[in-house]
Design a binder for this molecule. Structure first.
Ligand code: ATP
Ligand code: MG
Length: 396
């Protein structure tokens, strides 16, 4: 429970390593933080070279923290109080910043960057600790405290912080360009989307729907998944591609064992067209080596051959259990395993080629005018913007 916190101190993530790009990163992070917290109108922001401060002005610290923990580019943050650099005020504020009605072990860690301050760090530690011990059942534990109270004495002010809260890590979304993620209703592609955003890449999603073979429920599920991960960048634009005609044509003109490969080649052509249209620099998928027949290296080579655009596969070397762990962490797993049919599972060939050859694909593709069908898919897709679902309690 947050006590008398008046601001939050944000520590930047990996961007501290990036010499020249630093300012771009800080600017993007600042924008992203403000956008994510736009539902809290009283907040006031201050960005500095190595830290950012958010002054709460009465907004709920716990709710702000929840939102903040999903913003990439933050390594950690702490709820803090800013007071005058005066010993009595420091003691009072430190006492008020923790909940003394509960029991905890604690440690005070003071740092004095203002060497004119009349007490040395050790004296500050003792004075603050004594006051807390006098007013509670708390006990000191210098090695493994439940709560660490950090007191930073500067000339202009003193900052008092309790525990660090882990940030989402990664880079601020937007500094890494844009990618189109192929989003199915499965477990892997939402995780791949999350990992792309974590690297600072803004994503748009592409979903291939094959009505009436795939149901409205299947599409709703994909939009729900997109909404669940949209909080990491604010909103996600989802392109729903009408894929039925092209898929039927594949089955009409090619051997069944090549259907999946041809379908993926068409998906990549459409994704490349959409990427161009939307000024994205890459395509991303949830493929992982060896997971299914169509995800062998030979197969990836044959699929990649239709485009010059980089195809990124963030979960390519992860075990299924590792992917599932991440899916649980970001909250998409339970939705992903709902049993709605995907366009890939509808036309599931019995013996898909595990080493599909490019020349054979080209032979099949020469049998019909797929180019105009691909163009139709690009031109006729539906664009839907999804945002995080608003929690019930916030509606009232
Ligand atoms: P996922 O769990 O992400 O569905 P998967 O293990 O089920 O992956 P496949 O169904 O073979 O694997 O799909 C591999 C990748 O191809 C998916 O991760 C996704 O990026 C893309 N993909 C498959 N089907 C679709 C679809 N209907 N719409 C958009 N992308 C798709
Ligand atoms: Mg799938």
């Amino acid at each position: 429970m947050a006590y008398h916190y008046d601001h939050i101190l944000i520590r930047y993530g990996e961007l501290s390593l990036k010499g020249k790009n630093r300012n771009t990163f800080i600017k993007q992070l600042y924008q992203n933080v403000r956008k994510a917290l736009s539902g809290f109108p009283n907040l006031e922001y201050e960005k500095q070279h190595d830290r950012m401060y958010i002054y709460l002005h009465g907004e709920n610290a716990d709710k702000v923290s929840d939102v903040l923990s999903c913003v990439f580019g933050i390594s950690s943050f702490s709820l803090a109080v800013k007071v005058e650099s005066d010993m009595d005020k420091i003691i009072q504020a430190a006492k008020d910043s923790v909940d003394l009605t509960t029991f905890h072990t604690f440690k005070v860690a003071a740092r004095r960057s203002d060497k004119m301050f009349p007490f040395i760090s050790d004296q500050i530690n003792r004075k603050v600790a004594t006051e807390i011990l006098k007013n509670s059942d708390w006990k000191v534990d210098v090695h493994h405290p439940d709560v660490k109270i950090v007191v930073e004495v500067h000339k202009e002010a003193t900052y008092i912080m309790t525990n660090r809260i882990a940030g989402a890590g990664g880079y601020p979304v937007g500094v890494g360009g844009k990618a189109m993620v192929l989003l199915s209703g499965g477990i892997d592609s939402p995780v791949a989307s999350y990992l792309m955003m974590k690297r600072g890449v803004h994503i748009e999603a592409i979903h291939f729907a094959a009505p009436p073979y795939t149901s409205q429920n299947a599409q709703e599920k994909v939009l729900k998944l997109a909404s669940m991960i949209s909080g990491y960048q604010g909103e996600i634009l989802v392109h729903v591609v009408p894929f039925t005609n092209l898929q039927l044509a594949i089955y009409q003109h090619a051997d069944e064992s090549y259907a999946i490969t041809l379908m993926r080649r068409m998906m990549m052509r459409i994704a490349s067209g959409l990427a161009q249209k939307r000024h994205a620099q890459a395509i991303a998928t949830g493929e992982s080596v060896g997971q299914v027949a169509s995800q062998t290296l030979e197969s990836m080579q044959t699929i990649n051959a239709v485009t010059n655009m980089p195809i990124l596969r963030p979960v390519v070397c992860m075990d299924k259990v590792e992917i599932i762990d991440l899916a649980r962490k970001i909250g998409t797993y339970e939705t992903s395993i709902l049993p709605y049919e995907d366009c890939c599972t509808i036309f599931d060939p019995k013996n898909p080629a595990t080493k599909p050859r490019i020349d054979r694909c080209e032979k099949y593709e020469a049998r019909w005018d797929w180019q105009s069908m691909v163009q139709d898919c690009i031109d006729q897709c539906e664009e839907i913007v999804v945002r995080p679902e608003v929690e019930q309690e916030d509606l009232f």
